[in-house]
Design a binder for this molecule. Sequence first.
Ligand code: C2E
Ligand code: MG
Ligand code: MG
Ligand code: MG
Length: 285
Amino acid sequence: EAKGQGKGRQVTYATAMDQRTAEQSRLAADLRIALDTDQLTLLYQPIVTMPGGALFGVEALLRWHHPERGPIGPDVFIPAAERTGLIVPLGAWVLEQACRQAVTWRAELGPAAPATVSVNVSARQLREARFAEDVAAVLGRTGLPPEVLTVEVTETAVFDGGTALTELRAIAALGVKIALDDFGTGHSSLSLLRSCPADVLKVDKSFVDDITDGGPQAVVVAALIGICEGLGLRAVAEGVETAEQAAELQRLGYRYAQGFHYGRPMPAGEIADYRPAADKRQVAA
Ligand code: C2E
Ligand code: MG
Ligand code: MG
Ligand code: MG
């Protein structure tokens, strides 16, 4: 009987997997159309300096407005794009758009322009042996100084094997900055610091979430700032949602943050009007 149940469960599991695969194929087919028909946009989320919350840089975050299904988040469609390989042309589009926008900001805002524009790059893109060449070509076409561009990669992407590290070293040699995204959530965080040419470490939101509880997460966040100082990395705290978290991060020595407390992802046109949260409170008072 137990055997029968196990078998039944296996069938159910297989069916669920098939449904997921079918759903991902549908999404990927729609996404191919989306890429050619203006359904995709980039939002930009402020990366700020603390204290004060002044704009330092921005992270480009992809949004898809599906004609029938409405907005679909990247957590849903990026995996489908990765599975089908569509992430390669999609990622190229993101890179080009973000670099063009960065050039526009520099022309329009001068010294008030974001000092850095971050772009997320997935494992599948890093496995392409042409990745660094493509980055160099986009920088050439747009005229963006390489050091203004930051490429965000996760630990998993770097350890995906193949050419990932070679490609990262090549773009680092161009002068492009490299950020380790969602740091602490992968399987090889600390050894990555030895092998990967990183400039920025983004402490994952899951560590920041509980930072005011006095639990172990706070100890990790405190230790990471020391590691970053020792290695000359810029530490950015991700997912800062409250003034309490911001205050605790500052107490621990953090100088850079990103999160809803400071600003949500917004259209490019709104970045010029971004004002620190502290200023907003003063205006309200
Ligand atoms: P990520 O690179 O870690 O980006 C940060 C995510 O956290 C974004 O979600 C952002 O909206 C969200 N976030 C920022 N601050 C807060 C906060 O205070 N609270 C909460 N709850 N969330 C916050 P989003 O835009 O949904 O993107 C999810 C993930 O999708 C990104 O995580 C990134 O891994 C991936 N992604 C987004 N755009 C691209 C892209 O153009 N290419 C690739 N390959 N991946 C992308
Ligand atoms: Mg990111
Ligand atoms: Mg992240
Ligand atoms: Mg993420």
